[in-house]
Design a protein around this ligand. Structure first.
Ligand SMILES: Nc1ncnc2c1ncn2[C@@H]1O[C@H](COP(=O)(O)OP(=O)(O)OP(=O)(O)O)[C@@H](O)[C@H]1O
Length: 611
């Protein structure tokens, strides 16, 4: 192995991307049937319309060669019947027009049908995924979910647009041709069928081989995309650790793989045409040699007439296309099996937190929270919360403190019912959360995370996310109350400033103020706040503390607290360690106890507060 190759493989190990690689799966009727159900809404409109248009054009294509061979040549020309010939020419012209119209409408309706099915399927999958619980997203990367909703559904597009109708058309055409050929001359028909196995071989085996190479190109491109995406997102880190050279080498490696896969695929594709032409040529040779012999024999001696020969020539020309497409269709079906299996796997996924039919709906929520001997694990090996019993009274502000991984966010997750406890109960206003409608819980709870998520759009719309039906004035009022109005007004376009997905144009403090405005607008009964640990300047810090005071007023608040100023003002502080509450009480009570909290404050918070 050359040095550069060795280098490459070392770098290839550094990053790894999981790509869904199963390209095809065995055909499965149950799964196919489940896919076909998506055609049902169109079973009285586009589907029958496309089938009728297809039948019309196929019937014309099958009739014309007989008219030319058996009628025009064998009857009209033989008997020198000019009138009949004239009628035939006009008739064939009209038939071609009808076939043309049939094709135009078939293509139009088939495309509308396919696009509608893909639209419905994507809509169905996205809305289903949106309903799934946090546990589902814990185990999967955003990229892999994206690939299923985009690529896997895209790969079904061909099946629904052309595949199904073409399959019908090809079967009808092939059966039609075979029946007609045998009716015209069983001997010549049998002779020509010798090329059938070769044709099938080319259309299935070779095509599959070629398609696999293109699939490989797709996989290499996905890797390239994933690396590019990561590379661009992590550009700042790359530059600050001076890793540009390593990254470039790794990129070259993937780029090389991509190039090689293209070369392979184009090389194999180039083989296809010559193979097709060869099998056509064999068919033609058989037709001419054996056909000529049969013509010479004459119809009275078991041979054929010239017209039959001409019809055969026409049909032979029409033979290849449906066989070739059937082979392609078979490959397409196997691919559709793999894609639909992945799609159905998501569709069969049920939310872990289920809603009961007779679930209670919170019209109003006071905000009294109780944890009664709650135990919880994200996975089987580790317990994240052990027998937690906590009471948070209406309107209280409590702080959760503790080392990283001690279970603070887990408590917050259970209050919003993103997960259900493995043992014990979480209650709000006396209702076990398992007996309450999910939406009615979450509408009354606002969660403000450390890293505020900004959606692409204007600042106005980003704040309005808290309450979609809020008026512009209500949005502005909320921003004023939390003190976000100042910085927003200073932006070139004020509230109409466009912010990108990650909100790079805003500082951490500004993003936090914006998320406060969002939460205030939602007017929740319970507020869960994961305080930002990032250091911000003193002026913003003061602003945030002030905003927080306004935000907390009249609500129950659970703060995952990092700042001593917040902790001091909390009504009750819970100190967590390895999923257990070690102690709780007010700041002065806990300081007096000189226990764990005392140690934490001394070692950690004094330092943070001093920043
Ligand atoms: N989605 C998850 N899947 C599996 N384990 C998880 C998940 N989220 C958290 N954990 C684990 O559960 C434990 C408690 O995590 P939790 O996020 O509640 O801690 P935390 O106190 O909020 O930490 P931090 O202050 O770092 O945010 C940790 O051991 C963590 O590794």
């Amino acid at each position: 192995m050359s040095k550069s190759k060795k280098e490459k493989s070392r770098h290839l190990k550094r990053f790894s991307y999981t790509v869904d690689t199963a390209i095809e799966k065995p055909f499965n009727w149950k799964q196919m049937w489940r896919l076909l159900i998506y055609l049902k809404p169109y079973s009285k409109t586009y589907l029958p319309a496309a089938v009728i248009a297809m039948m019309v054009s196929t019937a014309v294509r099958l009739i014309v060669p007989i008219l030319i061979g058996k009628v025009a040549i064998d009857v009209a020309i033989k008997n020198e019947d000019v009138t009949m010939l004239t009628y035939l020419v006009i008739g064939i012209g009209i038939l071609y027009l009808v076939s043309y119209a049939g094709n135009v409408y078939r293509i139009k309706w088939v495309n509308i049908l396919g696009q509608n099915v893909i639209f419905d399927l994507r809509q169905h999958l996205f809305s289903h995924v949106q309903r799934l619980s946090h546990r589902f997203f814990d185990n999967r990367s955003a990229g892999s979910i994206l690939v299923r909703i985009m690529n896997d559904i895209n790969s079904l597009q061909e099946l629904f647009t052309n595949g199904i109708i073409n399959l019908l058309m090809d079967i009808v055409t092939l059966i039609g041709i075979i029946v007609i050929l045998f009716a015209l001359s069983p001997k010549l028909a049998l002779a020509i069928m010798i090329v059938l196995p070769l044709m099938f071989y080319i259309s299935t085996k070779l095509r599959r081989n070629i398609r696999r190479s293109w699939q490989d190109v797709r996989i290499q491109q996905s890797r390239l995309n994933s690396h590019l995406n990561e590379g661009i997102q992590g550009m700042r880190i790359t530059q600050s650790f001076s890793q540009e050279k390593e990254n470039a080498e790794f990129f070259n490696g993937i780029n090389e793989d991509n190039y090689q896969s293209w070369r392979q695929a184009t090389k194999k594709s180039a083989l296809f045409r010559p193979f097709v032409e060869m099998s056509n040529a064999i068919g033609t040779v058989i037709l001419i040699s054996y056909g000529a012999y049969l013509i010479l024999l004459g119809p009275d001696n078991g041979g054929i007439e010239l017209g039959t020969f001409v019809s055969f020539a026409f049909f032979l020309g029409m033979f290849w296309e449906p066989i070739s497409r059937l082979g392609q269709m078979y490959n397409q079906l196997l691919m559709a099996m793999a894609a639909s299996e992945r799609i159905f796997e998501y569709l069969d996924e049920q939310p872990n937190v289920e809603e009961k039919d007779d679930a209670h709906e919170f019209k109003e929520m006071a905000g009294h929270i109780e944890f009664d001997k709650v135990e919880f694990s994200y996975d089987e090996d580790r317990v994240a919360l052990h027998e937690i019993s906590v009471e948070i009274k209406q309107g209280q502000t409590i702080a959760l403190v503790g080392h990283t991984g001690s279970g603070k966010s887990t408590i917050a997750n259970l209050i919003s019912r993103f997960y259900d406890p493995s043992k014990g109960t979480v209650k709000i206003d006396g209702y076990d959360l398992r007996d309450v409608k999910l939406n009615s819980i979450r509408q009354k709870i606002s969660v403000v995370l450390q890293d505020t998520f900004i959606f692409s759009g204007t600042i106005l719309e980003n704040i309005r996310f808290g309450r979609p039906n809020a008026t512009d004035q209500e949005v502005i009022d909320a921003a004023r109350v939390v003190g976000a109005d100042d910085f927003i007004q200073r932006l070139a376009e004020g509230y109409n400033t466009e912010v990108e997905e990650r909100g790079n144009v805003l500082s951490a403090g500004e993003r936090q103020l914006m998320s406060f405005a969002r939460a205030l607008l939602a007017d929740p009964s319970i507020l869960i706040l994961d305080e930002a640990t990032a250091s911000i300047d003193t002026e913003t810090e003061v602003k945030i503390q002030k905003a927080l005071g306004k935000l907390l007023k009249g609500r129950t608040a659970i703060i995952i607290a990092h700042r001593l100023s917040t902790i001091r003002e909390a009504d009750n502080i819970f100190v967590l360690e390895n999923g257990k509450v070690l102690e709780n009480g007010s700041h002065s009570e806990l300081m007096a106890q000189r226990g764990e909290y005392f140690g934490l404050v001394r070692s950690q918070f004094q330092m943070l507060d001093a920043i």
